[in-house]
Design a protein around this ligand. Structure first.
Ligand code: 2NL
Length: 343
């Protein structure tokens, strides 16, 4: 027993003096003291030689020795394992984080949201629909007769497998779908992408975006149309812009008009944007043609309505000073990043 005590003390001193600076030296320590053929195991084996009356005392002693060896191993391990987090690893936790690169909205989305939010304040809801349409929803229901030039292959993309299908040429098709549901009154806005078979250039593209609006109820008049669009223009272009309506023609409205605003670039003096006229055309509009209401099973003697449509690209180009419509669809980050903080 006395001998065992001396042995234990000697090993403890040896362990305390042990210096491990590499992983290998640490492993050597583990094998020597804590391994299956190590010293701790060997000393534990001495238990069987201890006289019965001293077994309890020796048991405590040997356990304490084992814990000492394990604790020494852990201390050595911590000393050589490099700290990977926090101040010990040389990281200043008080520094602000790395900036996360933020995406931004596309300029077309920004302009669409501006337009939509003005009409939403007047109670217009937003509806969307398919970009591949059948002939009825894109043309027939809109009072476009069978031989109307707008149906020409030159202007419309037809789907090869089925000539009854087209890429929609306006979002009016969504309005037809809303009217067909038969729930009145309707006060809705239809923003979306539309397609025309046109040569792509800096000024025009074979696809672009528009917002159309539709308001159908009893006793809706042209005065309601004018007041609604006046409100829109003042909110969009400011209180000082002047507005004028010119008679026009669309097959789906009667009467029809185009609306100009006084040029917000030159203030009406005359510039390149307004082609020296002092006016910029921003939308087409009119009272929904009775044939269109009938096509959607709405009684034109009970209900009337107005509709309007405007492009998004041109106002976005004017607002942001963009001189080529193709930039909108090229996904060039040098272009898109310029709008990341715009609203
Ligand atoms: C333009 C002109 C317009 C409409 C769109 C419409 C829709 C239905 C019935 C009647 Cl369902 N009209 N939409 C009416 C007048 C003009 O758009 O220049 N758009 C870019």
């Amino acid at each position: 027993m006395q001998q065992l005590l001396q042995q234990i003390d000697a090993y403890k001193q040896e362990m305390t003096a042990y210096a491990a600076t590499t992983a290998q030296e640490l492993e050597d320590f583990r094998i020597k003291y804590l391994g299956t053929k190590g010293i701790v195991k060997a000393i534990m084996g001495e238990m069987k030689n201890v006289p019965a009356e001293q077994k309890k005392e020796a048991g405590l002693l040997l356990n304490e020795f084992k814990q000492f060896a394990e604790a020494t191993f852990e201390t050595l391990q911590q000393a050589i394992t490099p700290a990977t987090t926090g101040a010990a690893a040389g990281i200043d936790l008080s520094l602000p984080g790395d900036p996360v690169p933020m995406g931004g909205r596309h300029p077309i989305t920004l302009m669409r949201n501006r337009i939509v939010s003005i009409f939403q304040r007047l109670g217009f809801a937003v509806a969307e629909g398919p970009e591949i349409e059948d002939d009825w929803h894109n043309f027939g229901a809109l009072n476009l007769p069978a031989h109307h030039p707008a149906r020409d292959m030159q202007d419309t993309f037809y789907i090869q497998q089925n000539p009854d299908w087209v890429l929609r040429t306006h979002t009016s098709s969504v309005q037809i779908r809303e009217m067909e549901k038969g729930k009145l009154p309707i006060r809705m806005l239809m923003p979306g992408r539309v397609y025309r078979n046109e040569t792509v250039s800096a000024r025009s593209h074979c696809f672009f975006h528009q917002v159309e609006g539709l308001y159908i109820d009893e006793n809706v008049s042209f005065a309601d149309l004018k007041q609604t669009l006046y409100f829109f223009v003042k909110e969009m272009y400011g209180k000082d812009v002047k507005v004028r309506f010119r008679p026009s023609y669309f097959p789906f409205t009667e009467p029809s008009a185009e609306m100009d605003v006084s040029c917000f670039i030159c203030g009406g003096e005359g510039c390149n944007i307004c082609k020296k006229t002092g006016w910029v055309e921003i939308l087409g509009c009119g009272m929904v043609h009775p044939n269109v209401l009938l096509n959607c099973k709405i009684d034109p003697n009970k209900y009337t309505g107005f509709a309007f449509g405007m492009g998004i690209e041109r106002p976005a180009m004017l607002k942001y000073g963009i001189n080529d419509i193709r930039l909108f669809s090229e996904n060039d980050l040098r272009f898109l990043q310029q709008f990341s903080s715009a609203i």
